[in-house]
Design a binder for this molecule. Structure first.
Ligand code: UD2
Ligand code: MN
Length: 570
């Protein structure tokens, strides 16, 4: 009996071993299914399989993406060759000891380490997954302009589009290489199906580059992306659906955050829209409370006064009809206001669609140069937007950005003519109907005396550096003939005379103040009114009259030398 049992065990063991060998042998045979997940340890590359389909290798640690339709390689077209990702990426590697933030203002080492096909979390509200879309959505041309983008981020942008969009909806990806140092950054990518490359023969900036891309686009819908994005699950369908239903809608996704330090993909709040202050500084702001209360469905579109600028979908005919972009704007900045005002004021609308998510690496500084300087370029561009679209309200722009006065901004006659032809609404209409939350500054933007009794704050002589000293002098206020040296405009946070701003000279108590050229970013120039005192924002010190010299000192409520009266000059 015991012997029979021993034999049975032996037979079962042999059968199990044979079975295992057979199974392993089967598994090593070449797969016939093109969608199979490839060998986990293989390199990160996109190559052509015998089947003629795109094979996607994944790193072991990344969660496999579900690729429902593998994009086909259109062999023989364009540059003809096959794309070798490894060669492309290894063409640009960080040198040992090099600062990984230097070239791109994000951690290049971390970006290079990540797979070009890494999985990211689906950050949408769970209800989004149940939404269905028209089966006949129109295809789009994706336009990505870039100047010296890192290869790994650019490639991840492109591959995320190809992997996370239904192939039939991507007509093409148009890269506009804005005169990057290495033409191969762009050119080599045309070996990927659907990718085209247009290279500028000189640096044009993102605005003219986008217009070039849009003109070359063959699809009826344009999709703009920055060159360091990753699109998320079903990002494209909600955008195309809204534009298909009404071609005057210009739509954006929620822009998630890709950390510039470790490239973690982080969900952005779904309660934000685009806003700005009078200096035309873009900011994310909470949806107004009444709108928030009335939003019962979190998948509904969010009306937005402005878009951030980089990621949006727009009908090509509507883009052209509305005058594309102001192509006299240079390099970067301001074009999002110009486009947003134009869309709203000339018959369209702007929306953020919460069921569409796209990640973007937000940076703290520009990694590239501005031939005319960063500040002057931003002023030129925003000045053009203000002069063409803001009617009399542009005075608040100048009050908030005194340094813009007198700066060159070129001719705007063509854009004014466009506005006339399109028969657009006024800026007042925009304020009343689209952005009532933007408050009109109080009369505080008109010139005033800042006085203590009979003594007035005044600008004095220039010192050796050309900066103007500030002290107190007898108020010489014969009305109407006031010396300019005693006229101040306080438009928070700046206290200024024309384009010169009251600035502290050091952050310690007792430091003098003087007038320097205004700069939006200079924390030394930022003040707030606290009761009757002018408090320097960052140091927390208060403007004080120290025997006729203007200084900052520890704030004392009710200290006479720190209490100022403002008297409007009429
Ligand atoms: C934001 C927008 C950006 C643009 C900008 C205002 C998002 C996510 N980004 O700034 O698209 O609207 O505000 O102008 O909303 N580039 C060129 N040529 C240049 C300079 C830049 O092609 O001379 C490219 C650049 O490589 C990038 C894109 O333009 O792909 C936007 O530049 P950015 O990433 O420096 O701008 P960002 O995200 O700070
Ligand atoms: Mn960007």
């Amino acid at each position: 009996m015991r012997r029979i049992r021993a034999n049975a065990i032996a037979i079962l063991t042999v059968a199990w071993i044979l079975g295992t060998f057979y199974y392993l042998w089967q598994d090593n045979k070449p797969h016939s299914s093109p969608s199979s997940v490839s060998h986990p340890k293989s390199t990160k590359s996109v190559g052509q399989k015998q089947t003629g389909r795109l094979e996607i290798h994944r790193e072991e640690r990344s969660i496999p993406l579900i690729v429902t339709h593998a994009p086909r390689l259109d062999r023989g077209t364009r540059s003809g060759g096959r794309f070798d990702e490894k060669v492309y990426l290894s063409g640009k590697q960080l040198k040992a000891g090099e600062d990984p933030y230097r070239e791109h203002a994000f951690n290049l080492q971390e970006s290079n380490r990540l797979s070009s096909e890494r999985a990211i979390r689906d950050t949408r509200h769970y209800r989004c997954a149940a939404i269905t879309f028209d089966p006949d959505l129109p295809a789009t041309s994706v336009i990505i302009t870039f100047h010296n983008e890192a290869r790994s981020t650019l490639l991840r942008t492109i591959k995320s589009v190809l992997l996370r969009s239904p192939p039939s909806l991507i007509q093409e990806i148009i890269l506009v290489d804005d005169f990057s140092t290495d033409p191969d950054d762009c050119q080599l990518l045309t070996q990927i199906p659907k990718v085209r490359c247009l290279r500028n023969s000189k640096r044009e900036g993102l605005i003219r580059s986008r217009v070039r891309g849009a003109e070359a686009a063959t699809a009826t819908i344009l999709t703009f992306l920055d060159s360091h994005c990753e699109v998320n699950t079903e990002w494209l369908q909600p955008l195309l659906q809204r534009v298909k239903e009404d071609h005057t809608r210009v739509v954006s996704p929620i822009i998630d955050v890709i950390s510039l330090d470790n490239f973690a993909y982080l969900a952005a709040s779904a309660d934000l829209r685009g806003g700005f202050d009078w200096s035309l500084h873009f900011k994310w702001e909470q949806i107004p409370i009444e709108q928030k209360m009335s939003r019962t469905d979190p998948t509904q579109p969010i009306r937005t006064p402005v878009i951030a600028g980089g990621i949006f979908v727009m009908d090509k005919g509507w883009f052209n009809h509305l005058g594309q972009y102001d192509t006299q704007m240079d390099i970067w900045g301001g074009e999002n206001f110009e486009l947003s005002f134009r869309v709203w004021m000339c018959g369209g609308s702007l929306e953020i669609l919460p069921c569409s998510r796209v990640g973007h690496v937000f940076r703290k500084r520009h990694p590239y140069d501005f031939p005319e300087g960063n500040a002057l370029t931003y002023i030129k561009n925003t000045r053009r937007a203000a002069e063409v679209w803001m009617d009399d309200y542009k005075q608040y722009y100048y009050a908030a950005r005194p340094s813009a006065q007198g700066k060159a901004f070129g001719s705007i006659s063509e854009r004014l003519e466009l506005r006339r032809q399109l028969n657009c609404h006024s800026f007042q209409w925009y304020l009343e109907n689209v952005y009532p939350e933007l408050k009109i500054p109080e009369a505080d933007a008109s010139p005033a005396l800042i006085r203590q009794g009979s003594m007035c704050l005044e600008s004095e002589t220039q010192d050796k550096q050309g900066d103007t000293l500030v002290g107190l002098g007898e108020c010489r206020a014969a009305r109407g003939s006031l010396p300019l040296s005693q006229e101040w405009v306080f438009s928070e946070p700046f206290i200024h005379q024309q384009n010169r701003c009251l600035s502290i000279t050091a952050f310690s108590p007792g430091s003098k103040v003087r007038l320097e050229l205004c700069s939006q970013k200079d924390a030394r120039q930022k003040w707030k009114l606290k009761g009757q005192s002018y408090q320097h924002q960052m140091s927390g010190l208060c403007l004080e009259n120290q025997s006729g010299v203007a200084v900052i000192n520890l704030c004392h409520a009710q200290l006479a030398s720190q209490m100022w009266e403002t008297q409007q000059v009429t």
